[in-house]
Design a protein around this ligand. Sequence first.
Ligand SMILES: Nc1nc2c(c(=O)[nH]1)N[C@H]1C(S)=C(S)[C@@H](COP(=O)(O)OP(=O)(O)OC[C@H]3O[C@@H](n4cnc5c(=O)[nH]c(N)nc54)[C@H](O)[C@@H]3O)O[C@H]1N2
Ligand SMILES: Nc1nc2c(c(=O)[nH]1)N[C@H]1C(S)=C(S)[C@@H](COP(=O)(O)OP(=O)(O)OC[C@H]3O[C@@H](n4cnc5c(=O)[nH]c(N)nc54)[C@H](O)[C@@H]3O)O[C@H]1N2
Ligand code: SF4
Ligand SMILES: [Mo]
Length: 724
Amino acid sequence: MAETRTAICRFCHSFCGIKVSVEDGRAVKVVGDKENPMYFGYTCVKGRQLPQQHYNPERVLRPQHRVNGHHEAVTSDAALDAIAARLSELIERHGPRSVALYTATYSFPYPAGSAMAGAFMQAIGSPMKFSSGSIDQPGKPMAIAFHGRWNAGPQPFSESDTWMLVGANPVVSKWGGIPQYNPGKRLHDALKRGMKLIVIDPRLTECAEKAHIHLQCRPGEDPTILAGIANVIIAEELYDKDFIETEVDGFEALKRAVAPFTPDYVERRADVPAALLVEAARTYASAARGMTTAGTGPNMAPRGTLTEYMVLVINTLCGRWLREGEKMPNPFVLIPERRGKAQAEPKPETAWGYGEKLRVRGLGDNVSGLTAAALADEILLEGDGQVKALISVGGNPMAAWPDQLKTYEAMKKLDLNVTLDIKMSATAKLADYVIPPRLGLEAPAITQPNEFIWFYGFSTGFPEPYAMYQPQIVEPPAGSDLLEEWEFFYGLAQRMGLQLTLNGVDLEMLNKPTTDDIFEILCKGSRIPLSEVKKYPHGHIFDDPSITVLPKDGGCEERLDVGNVHMMAELDEVRAEALTGHAGYRPEARFTHRLVSRRMNDVYNSSGRDIPVLVRNHSYNPAFMNPGDIAALGLHAGDVVRISSDHASILGIVEEAPDVRSGVISMAHSFGDAPEHDNRVFFIGSNTGRLTNVEKDYDPRTGMPRMSAIPVNLERVDQTIAAQ
Ligand SMILES: Nc1nc2c(c(=O)[nH]1)N[C@H]1C(S)=C(S)[C@@H](COP(=O)(O)OP(=O)(O)OC[C@H]3O[C@@H](n4cnc5c(=O)[nH]c(N)nc54)[C@H](O)[C@@H]3O)O[C@H]1N2
Ligand SMILES: Nc1nc2c(c(=O)[nH]1)N[C@H]1C(S)=C(S)[C@@H](COP(=O)(O)OP(=O)(O)OC[C@H]3O[C@@H](n4cnc5c(=O)[nH]c(N)nc54)[C@H](O)[C@@H]3O)O[C@H]1N2
Ligand code: SF4
Ligand SMILES: [Mo]
């Protein structure tokens, strides 16, 4: 008997509303849900493979324990007993700091798991909590701390007549920039309405193809380009004078700092035609509404914080923040109601260097959290406070962390390495315990995480007050022994005699709660009760037109800051750099290319490679290059090359890509495996993270190393190196 159920796709962070056909208790087919008001029936090829993901023969179905280099199945009870005992021992001997947590990509769609993981760390007293967000766009929260947050939020995409994307490709990535819920349709509708799109990207991306203006820049030069745009806006007096006057500090300092970034200078440095830069600035600033947002490319290139700051500066110069009386686009649903005010919020007194100190590079806690880029160091560095145990939740450090060779040493050094994963990832293969969780259709879901990301950056998260709940749709495969991520941490806490507290609520530690009970706790005080959201199987937009932006508080003296002293000093440093070669950030005169990060549509970081349809084109990550560059180097498509940074080398397989500008190699991350598998490059790809040196070229506040715009050389190698 087939029946159809609505569900939330959790293959990626977009959370599309889908319809799942269930036959004899098994999910057999996924299509988009046309009745869903946020996604209008959209799905992508990944989401349509959920059945293949759930019933994948490679899926780990029982906990694995590594003994003498091999993994053996154990029961989840036995695994929890052993892990709890070992953790207690380590904490007793080395203190709670010896236990670290890494919550990553697949923590996001499972909010009960990430909340319980946090509660567990709180209960054992370890501050060593790391997340993949710290190696994603940590410049976002840092820049907001410097510039200030406009309480009412940004102008919405749906009403904008211009939009500027800086190194983001939301049509593919579904992650910010354009509301990431069927972004293709949203962009199409906006362009039809006459919106002018500006894209700054070294690649002619799927978004750039539709742009009014595409600045196909040298990568890594975004601070220069954005300072150049700010300079034009100021020099031509295209800025919002009233807004600057009443709400903004630092204008004179900014004006002075950006003045030397003339269009000619930007052209010489970033290889963007001066006239096109001026046109971009005029187009953007002379429109009535719209925002500039940046994505992972420039955030991973040097000075990501400065790039994010300049993005905020350009928006503020143009006054692109919601004003009193305008409708609040999203007053939230499953979190407490937010009635924005037309005013700047107080800035934190310190944005970095407080709280827990890491033992390397002077790094410490900061507004974007402890950096995962230093976690391998914390594991490797002997001495007081050394990290001995790592619990990784829905992450793959061996694939994703910068400096893979250092990560490899760290993974092998751990006394206790536990990973919660659905497959034997490159990290799982090195783990003492692999704990397989229930997958998306096997456990209840809520859309709440996509509401919280409003606080991470801006112009992200649901554009309207949308929410959906999904009950469990199917049972896990017969014979499996799976835990939801939260059950793992709850089970450990029970065994270790810990009391867990979630969202201010002490959990009942004897009678195990259900996932729904935990959702209720997470949604405590929400604008709309979860029970109400549950009534709408297709999801629902809980609109309330009466919620508008409130006036500024009487006596509020907070102002946005476009002249932050640290950021102005960095602008001066950038301007002082020689055009080629520089001691700190640009030691690259001897390198011919810059390697940039990118997303590929059919896979999600290291996920999806075990699903045949998703790897029908290639199972590796091609080194996409401009055909002119390939010819100039005497190379051919399909050639194996060695790509070398000043830190390490990887193999790459050359692929012609007219969309990539000359001087650039565009390559996806999180491929490959440990170095002994390197010659299997045609099957598993290679790990671009290996090219990054975490000890050089990093942001001293966030610890973010240079993960894009990496200077590299390439050479053809003996083609037999890659076993076919
Ligand atoms: N060089 C370079 N490095 C990068 C980037 C880059 O662009 N360039 N990008 C960075 C960014 S933005 C990020 S976010 C990080 C990502 O860093 P990570 O999150 O550490 O890496 P992923 O490859 O996404 O790992 C996800 C893991 O979760 C597993 N998984 C899949 N489904 C589930 C599930 O339902 N539950 C659980 N528990 N596990 C599941 C997958 O099998 C996989 O092993 O990488 C960063 N690293
Ligand atoms: N299909 C798919 N979707 C994904 C992922 C995936 O792996 N596959 N990963 C997910 C994750 S973890 C994240 S964080 C988001 C990221 O989402 P996005 O930030 O939108 O990521 P990308 O699509 O890689 O877009 C980044 C763009 O930056 C450009 N770029 C690289 N370096 C530079 C530079 O120095 N300057 C400028 N101006 N541009 C540069 C690249 O060419 C690329 O087009 O995507 C998520 N969505
Ligand atoms: S974009 Fe694709 S993978 Fe992401 S939620 Fe939608 S269907 Fe799933
Ligand atoms: Mo990410």
